[in-house]
Design a binder for this molecule. Structure first.
Ligand code: TXA
Ligand code: MG
Length: 342
């Protein structure tokens, strides 16, 4: 199929372009669209047939459920019969925004969208293009990140096209995304709310809002059944071997110099968090100095190293607090077991 590319102003998207994309969704097709986090691959969340197309286009395992996107908090009533008080507080504080809530699902949602679970993940994105599209489509929009399964999430329409051109009906191009890593996923169906995937909305922000919350660590180990099915897959994986080195700064730098020396003659890229840092013998790529800028650049840089014949990527770790926790979660997942903590 020929993928239609629809370019829009991210702040004031043209209604005609949105209408074209909304027509595709209503007709059961797939549209990639920008959100404030990453690009999503959207389909009508109430149509099992449309949802199956998402799994096919991405090559996504069918046991990994999707996030349902809505245009206003009131749309939640169709998706769940039970909105707990904690959800109401969080919605008032953080929606629209990068917080996904896992709630008991209503029977309106086909089992395909939730991989057969009795819960549904929902969020209201903070992006005029996403909101305009959902509103015009007139239905909730199921959307995973718009990448081929296992590749870094797309933060621009170009990344979406790299992975999915010819496999989906349309791409709404609203420029690069603002945050750069995916939303926080919070499960509100357990006795104590659990963060299944860290993101821009931090554990302490959630705790300040509803009192208690814990972060699920099972995905770091080899737990048989992580609570969020998607977290068990190796994600965001660049083609080159990636090693993350974390700990106190001088020790990290010394260890990286050693790693570079051990790999002389190979193309080694170091993702550095200080613009002036040099590692003789390696290509240094500045990834950003704050958690915000690193989040915005990380997936793009992982994709760019894939295009060069890099044999080893070494990343300097950052302090895992706030958005830094989300950045380190993505880096550690991309590294698989290659984490050096000193
Ligand atoms: O920022 C985001 O969340 C982006 C944009 C497009 O909204 N979406 C996104 O979707 O990252 P995806 O499919 O790549 O990641 C969804 C995550 C997966 O880890 C999945 O397993 C988890 O949410 N998830 C979805 N439904 C769930 C449920 N009912 N229970 C537990 N985890 C769920
Ligand atoms: Mg994804």
């Amino acid at each position: 199929m020929k993928t239609l590319r629809l370019t829009v102003d991210p702040r004031r998207p043209d209604k005609k372009q949105l209408a074209k994309a909304a027509r595709v969704i209503r007709g059961g097709g797939l549209v990639a669209f920008p959100t404030e986090t990453v690009y999503g691959l959207g389909a009508n969340a109430l149509s099992a047939q449309a949802i199956r197309k998402i799994f096919r286009a991405k090559g996504r395992p069918s046991d990994n459920p999707l996030i349902v996107h809505i245009a206003e908090p009131g749309d939640l009533d169709r998706l769940t019969d039970d909105i707990p008080a904690s959800a109401k507080k969080l919605i008032r504080k953080f929606w629209p925004g990068p917080l996904t809530l896992v709630l008991k699902k209503s029977k309106n949602i086909p089992a395909e969208a939730t991989a057969g679970l009795d819960t549904v993940a929902v969020r209201m994105p903070d992006h005029p293009v996403a909101i305009g599209l959902i509103r015009m489509a007139g239905c909730p929009v199921a959307a995973p990140s718009a990448n081929t399964s296992g590749r870094p999430s797309p933060t621009s329409a170009g990344h979406v096209a790299e992975d999915l051109d010819g496999r989906i009906h349309a791409i709404l191009d609203g420029g690069p995304t603002r945050i750069g890593i995916e939303s926080t996923v919070l499960d509100l169906t357990s006795p104590v709310p659990v963060i299944l995937r860290p993101g821009k909305i931090s554990e302490s922000q959630i705790r300040r809002c509803i009192g208690v919350v814990v972060t699920d660590r099972s995905t770091h180990g080899k737990a048989a059944r992580p609570r969020s099915p998607g977290m068990k897959y190796r994600h965001y994986a660049p083609r080159a071997r990636l090693i993350v080195v974390e700990g106190s700064k001088p020790l990290v730098e010394r260890r990286i110099r050693l790693l570079v020396r051990r790999n002389v003659g190979r193309h080694v890229t170091v993702l550095v968090t200080n613009r002036r840092r040099r590692y003789p013998g390696a290509e240094c790529v500045f990834v950003g100095s704050s958690a915000e800028s690193i989040a915005r650049n990380l997936f793009r840089l992982l994709r760019e190293t894939d295009k060069k014949s890099v044999s080893l990527i070494v990343a300097e770790g950052i302090h895992a607090k706030g958005l830094g926790a989300a950045v380190m979660n993505r880096l550690r997942k991309a590294a698989g077991a290659n984490i050096i903590s000193i």
